[in-house]
Structures are given as C-alpha cells and as structure tokens.
Design a protein around this ligand. Structure first.
Ligand SMILES: Nc1ncnc2c1ncn2[C@@H]1O[C@H](COP(=O)(O)OP(=O)(O)OP(=O)(O)O)[C@@H](O)[C@H]1O
Ligand SMILES: [Mg+2]
Length: 230
C-alpha cells in the first residue's frame, strides 16, 4: 500500500522545569493512503502529542518520522512547513476559525496564503462549503453559526488545500450528539467517496467503531492497533 506517514520507535519527552517527562515511548506505526483510523486512550495518554508529531507540528525526541518514505529528521523547519501546507489538513476540537472572517473567507484563507487568486480561492471555498452542507451560510461569521456548523467550516477549511491526510483531534468533543454524528458522517463520507486518509482522535467508542482501524494509546505507548470491523 501507499505509505504516507511512518513512525519508527518514536519517543517524545517534554521538560517540566528541569525534569524530563516522557510522554510518548517507542511508538511505531504507519498510516497508508485511504485509511480511516481512530486513536483512542484516556486523557493524558499522549494522543494529541502523537497528532502533533504526525502533523509535523513538532519533532520526535528520539526515533524516526518518515513522510512518503522520506526521513524528516534532517528536514528544516521550512521543509516541514511546506509538507504540512501541501499534504496535511487539521481539524481541532476548538475550531480555530478567525472570528472576523465569514465562513467563505475562513475556508479560502489557506489558498490565499498560497497565493491563489482571490476569485479562484473563493469559488473553491464555496464548493467545499457546499460539500459540507453549508451553502446557505457562506457569509455568516463564526459567532453567527452553531458549534456543528463552525466545525463543518473547519472541515471545509482543512480540505480546501486537497491534503493527502486529514488529522482530526477530538473534532466532535465540543458538539451535541447530533452535530457530532453529522461531522463524523462527513469525515466517513470523505474517506469513502474521495479516498481521503483520515485520522480521528476520539473518546467515543461508537465513532471508533466506524473506523477501519483503531489504535489505543496507553501511558504513551501503543497498546493496541487493530484493523477490520469491530
Ligand atoms: N508542551 C508540553 N510540556 C509538558 N508536558 C506536556 C506538553 N504537552 C503535553 N504534555 C503532557 O503530556 C501528556 C500527554 O498529553 P496529550 O495532550 O498528548 O494527552 P491526550 O491524550 O491528548 O489527552 P486529552 O484526551 O486530555 O486531550 C500529559 O500528561 C501532558 O501534561
Ligand atoms: Mg488531546
């Protein structure tokens, strides 16, 4: 299979004052194109830390991180940012939308940063918002939308650059159960219909059950990595 991200014996240690705190220890896993994968584990087990490493937002303290077979150890910060911009979409629990921009402008922003002409960026943003069911909310500000709608804007924004992989860290954590199901249905459909690779951190077993692969992190270690139906 077409391997996107691989971690080989990856550890991450933070310093608390002068004391080293090991957060991830010897994690090895690889993610292939087209996977729909859940990451589970109790609070503090290291899930978000793992996501920041897979999203190239941080570097391992030890071990190797490979993207499309390339060892990123020697890569510069600019190289990592470049791969991130082209290949990785993020969805966070707290949406991270820009409050003064409309839904349309929020979604277009990653393209505008890349220098895409404004007309084209807005047209593509509109198409993405339609795809997540928000054609009727293009000009609303984040404040004027529900939590579920805001999260769908965040999904559209994560998708606009056509990333190879979508990383979602508790994307439904702040939502009521109906909105959470809508977001999950959107992510599952993206995986099924356009083959998007999706990794979702979730505490919700019913969401994990919809993923083809489930990874359990316990005390910073990979405790389970199971593929196939629940
Ligand atoms: N920058 C940091 N400096 C020091 N310790 C950190 C840092 N980031 C995370 N940690 C510690 O690493 C551990 C794992 O944190 P992480 O955010 O990865 O957990 P999590 O599994 O995502 O938890 P939750 O389900 O609550 O989001 C925690 O004990 C946390 O305090
Ligand atoms: Mg977390």
């Amino acid at each position: 299979m077409d391997q996107l991200i691989a971690l080989e014996g990856v550890s991450k240690t933070f310093l608390s004052g002068k004391r080293p705190v090991p957060v991830l220890q010897s994690v090895s896993l690889s993610v292939s194109a087209g996977e729909l994968c859940a990451i589970m584990g109790v609070s503090g087990s290291g899930k978000s830390t793992l996501m920041t490493l897979m999203g190239l937002l941080d570097r391992p303290s030890a071990g190797r991180l490979l993207f499309r077979g390339r060892d990123l150890g020697p890569a510069s910060g600019d190289d990592l940012a470049d791969i991130r911009n082209r290949e990785i979409g993020f969805i966070f629990q707290a949406f991270h939308l820009l409050p003064r921009l409309s839904a349309l402008d929020n979604v277009a922003m990653p393209l505008l940063y890349r220098g895409t002409p404004r007309r084209e960026a807005l047209a593509r943003a509109e198409a993405r918002l339609e795809q997540v069911g928000l054609a009727h909310r293009l000009h609303h500000l984040p404040d004027e939308m529900s939590g579920g709608q805001r999260q769908r804007v965040a999904v559209a924004r994560a998708l606009i650059g056509q990333p190879s992989i979508l990383l979602a860290d508790e994307p439904t954590g702040n939502l009521d159960s109906q909105s959470a199901q809508d977001i999950m249905a959107t992510l599952v459909a993206l995986n099924r219909d356009i083959g998007a690779t999706v990794i979702i951190v979730t505490h919700d077993p019913s969401i994990a059950a919809r993923c083809h692969r489930r990874i359990l992190i316990r005390d910073g270690r990979l405790a389970e990595d199971v593929s196939g139906p629940c």
